[in-house]
Structures are given as structure tokens and as C-alpha cells.
Write a protein that binds this ligand. Structure first.
Ligand code: FMN
Length: 177
């Protein structure tokens, strides 16, 4: 799909088919989100190229952290944490909840406010990549800031310096619509 058409088709959707994502689609999505383009460069920019954003992949069969270099999923817990990633009714109905987690230990020489600005802006670029990938592939998605962050951080076993910025719900479009 030409970029112009993907931009035109991009929108937030909150209804999802139950069908899980196949592994190839998941792999392509994670690469588009923030995957490696070359030894140093990723698919999205980041301040000072610090690449502090980690992707946590919340699926029915368990929860994983995406290993960008190895292009593989590292197990975090066998628990299905999708429903714990938000308070809205539809949360947990998508086959994938993608949690953006910033490792603030990678950001030095900034004020507290500077750190916050950096991690949220950097997450925004990745989320937009996911939006455009979903538009091009016929997937439904919505990014979310309404997250019970303390609860989810504990379930993801995050360190205090790892901050959840946003979560994005992703799945095939609902057949009912
Ligand atoms: C930073 C940010 C936070 C958002 N948080 C939520 C959220 O918590 N729940 C939700 O349903 N939608 C959320 N959205 C989606 C917006 O409501 C949506 O992007 C907006 O209504 C515009 O619609 P569009 O994306 O279809 O253009 C968020 C969007 C952004 C950019």
C-alpha cells in the first residue's frame, strides 16, 4: 500500500476479531514498530539514538519481551496479562496488547522533565509506525494512555527505572462491523 493510502486509512479502532495474529504478521509488526534497519539504526528515531524503548508482547498464551537483535520473544510470564493493561471495556479483547516500556537507565544528562519528554516522544514515533503498519495490513489498533501502570509494571516484573509509556491494542478487524 502506498504511504499516502496508509496515512489515509490510519485510524483508532476498538473492536477486534478473536482470531490470533499469526507469527509472521507479529514478526513483521514488531520489525515495523522499532526493528533494526542496520547495525545502529532502527525503524523509528530516538533521542540521541538511545533506543530506550522496549516492546512487551502480551498474548493469550503468555507475555514476552521482544529481543530486537535476535528477532525473538523472551518469556516474561506464562500469564495472560492483556486484560490487566487497561480499564476500558474493550481492553483484553484484542489478541495482542503491545506495551511500550522505556528503560530510563539509558537516558543520561537530562532533567527529570527532559527524561519524561524524551521517552514519550520516542514512544510516539514507534506507535505511529504500528498505526501505519496496521492500516496497510488491514489490522485494527488503538493506542492507549489509560493504563493501571503500577499494577501492570509489577506483573511485567519491571525495574523502578522502567516506565510504561503507552499500550497499543492490536488485532484483526471485528467481523461484526
Ligand atoms: C497519547 C494518546 C493516548 C491515547 N489514549 C487512549 C486511551 O487511553 N483509550 C482510548 O480508547 N484511546 C486512546 N487514544 C486514542 C485517541 O482517542 C484517538 O487517537 C483519537 O480519538 C483520534 O482518533 P484517530 O486515531 O482515529 O484519528 C489515545 C491516543 C493518543 C495519541
Amino acid at each position: 500500500m502506498p504511504l499516502r493510502d496508509a496515512i489515509q486509512a490510519r485510524r483508532s479502532e476498538r473492536a477486534f476479531a478473536r482470531r490470533p495474529l499469526d507469527l509472521q504478521t507479529l514478526s513483521d509488526l514488531l520489525w515495523a514498530a522499532f526493528g533494526p534497519i542496520s547495525a545502529k539504526r532502527r525503524s523509528a528515531p530516538s533521542s540521541h539514538n538511545r533506543q530506550e524503548t522496549e516492546l512487551y508482547v502480551l498474548l493469550e498464551q503468555g507475555t514476552y519481551r521482544y529481543d530486537f537483535e535476535g528477532n525473538k520473544l523472551i518469556g516474561v510470564t506464562e500469564e495472560d496479562l492483556r486484560a490487566t493493561s487497561g480499564s476500558q471495556d474493550y481492553v483484553g479483547t484484542a489478541p495482542l496488547e503491545l506495551a511500550y516500556v522505556a528503560d530510563k537507565r539509558k537516558i543520561t544528562g537530562k532533567t527529570d522533565r527532559g527524561v519524561i519528554e524524551t521517552i514519550y516522544v520516542d514512544t510516539g514515533f514507534i506507535s505511529q509506525n504500528v498505526y501505519l503498519f496496521c492500516a496497510a495490513e488491514g489490522l485494527a489498533t488503538v493506542v492507549r494512555a489509560m493504563i493501571p501502570k503500577d499494577t501492570l509494571a509489577a506483573r511485567l516484573r519491571l525495574a523502578p527505572e522502567q516506565e510504561i509509556t503507552l499500550v497499543q491494542s492490536i488485532g484483526w478487524k471485528s467481523e461484526e462491523k
